[in-house]
Write a protein of this length. Structure first.
Lengths: 228, 246
């Protein structure tokens, strides 16, 4: 048995793949878990956690992440959105009269990072919409991962393609819960479950690493208290 | 945070806040207490504790003006002020609705390119006041910010800088080669005042950590106006209350 967060971290580790340097922005415990999972198997991977409280990788203040990205020194970054649309635009500002925190660095990062992975745990017509109300950032993502499925991005056609559906969900359900049109090949596979080895790493080293910066998350998922 | 609480107690009004590059608890407290007219920021959030509830409500009710930005645009605009130039270019951002919403940002042709190459220009930002908390100040009027270099950019760009600090160090930190790279020199600092645990419930690296439980409590209580006022009463206005005659 595994938790959904562990499945998603496993998928993220695979999506990061051959990258040399992955950076993680604010409030992204699942992408951070995936990155540290991959790093525990591939120590040469550099993982830069923007908001790391201890041993933060940046010494030039909060602009350094963006300067590094602008120079092409970061291969993979994660972005989310209160809304994500079928053209891969993301909205972090406002929708349906509701105000969200704001665009953060997304407007910049989406266009300068070679591989942006869109991640939104909620997979609903509220989150995945035909057209965002406000474009915080526009770009060409490497993938869109949700709590129910994984999509790839077809740059030429500017459309998502359903790659796999997580265990417990069906293509019909994905279609019903997705507000935008996407391509769906015949025989979509099930997203691979995390292996026993990945689960052991996640629950051991990764959980400990994550607890320092995402204490609530680590407590909820792995029952781990942050070390003081 | 100590100055934020003091601003609320003395009923500051019509403040315009700049997030460098984002705003958090300080802004939420000031907005909830009615001190703020406008924010310019890349985001307002309580980090892992979630949405900033007073900002969210004020924004949804249209009670404050919001100038949405993106992190590197704010850094770049401050860097322009540091250098004394009127604007600086920034890659990316094109295609974002931020560009059309921000009347003060311009997309122009890169003057050095031979072919079409539009690029964003942002005007310099020179805040009236920079306010932050530091670990140390010294007898020479320097303050130590360590690796938090965005505070140095902010102090360089601002017209006046006020600092609260944890501890006063004897002597001059510029004489210490290990400390000097983390110093904002007295050139930029208008005044500094001691405030032990002055960042609480936020943290100071290697002195005290973020009080996550308190932030979570704030996020919960400030969801309603009534809960927020109770929070102010308990954690912000206590000094004033205790100094009032019974």
């Amino acid at each position: 048995m595994y938790k959904k967060e562990e499945l998603l971290a496993g998928v993220i580790a695979r999506l990061i793949g051959e990258a040399r340097h992955v950076a993680i922005g604010a409030a992204s415990p699942i992408p951070a878990s995936g990155a540290f999972l991959l790093k525990s198997e591939k120590p040469s991977l550099r993982v830069s956690l923007h908001q790391r409280r201890r041993a933060n990788p940046f010494t030039e203040g909060s602009r350094e992440l963006f300067d590094l990205a602008g120079q092409g020194r970061i291969d993979v970054f994660f972005l989310g959105g209160a809304q994500i649309d079928g053209e891969a635009n993301i909205n972090l500002v406002r929708a349906e009269g509701r105000r969200f925190p704001g665009s953060f660095g997304s407007a910049f990062m989406y266009s300068v990072i070679p591989r942006t992975i869109l991640f939104r745990e909620e997979h609903s017509r509220r989150a995945l919409v035909p057209r965002v109300e406000f474009v915080s950032a526009r770009g060409d993502p490497a993938a869109l991962l949700t709590g129910k499925a994984l999509f790839s991005w077809q740059k030429e056609a500017r459309r998502f393609r359903l790659e796999s559906v997580h265990a417990g969900h069906t293509v019909e359900e994905i279609r019903a819960d997705t507000g935008f049109v996407f391509d769906s090949p015949a025989g979509v596979s099930t997203t691979p479950a995390p292996s026993a080895r990945e689960l052991a790493l996640l629950r051991g080293r990764v959980a400990k690493e994550i607890a320092a910066d995402f204490p609530e998350f680590a407590a909820r998922v792995w029952g781990l208290a942050a070390s003081a | 945070m100590e100055v934020v609480r003091a601003l609320i107690r003395r009923k500051a009004r019509n403040l315009r806040l700049l997030g460098v590059p984002v705003l958090g608890l300080s802004a939420d407290l000031l907005i909830g207490a009615g001190c703020v007219a406008e924010v310019e920021t890349s985001a307002v959030s309580l980090g892992e504790a979630g949405l900033a509830p007073r900002f969210t409500e004020a924004a949804q009710k249209g009670e404050i003006k919001i100038r949405d930005a993106t992190c590197p645009a704010i850094h770049t605009a401050l860097q322009a002020s540091e250098k004394g130039v009127p604007f600086m270019p920034l890659r990316g951002v094109l295609g974002s609705d931020l560009v059309s919403e921000r009347g003060d940002w311009k997309v122009l042709q890169n003057p050095f390119a031979g072919s079409e190459d539009p690029i964003l220009y942002v005007p310099a930002i020179a805040p009236d006041v920079a306010l932050f908390h530091a670990r140390w100040a010294d007898e020479a009027g320097n303050v130590w910010i360590g690796r938090r270099r965005e505070l140095a950019s902010l102090a360089h760009a601002a017209k006046r800088t006020f600092v609260t600090f944890e501890e006063l160090r004897a002597g001059d930190m510029l004489e210490d080669e290990l400390l000097a790279p983390g110093v904002v020199s007295a050139v930029y600092v208008e005044a500094a005042a001691p405030a032990r645990r002055g960042a609480w419930p936020l943290g100071v690296a290697q002195v005290y950590g973020i009080d996550d439980a308190h932030l979570a409590r704030y996020a919960r209580e400030a969801k309603t106006r009534e809960g927020f006022l109770r929070y102010l009463d308990e954690f912000v206005c206590t000094r004033k209350k205790s100094s009032l005659p019974a």
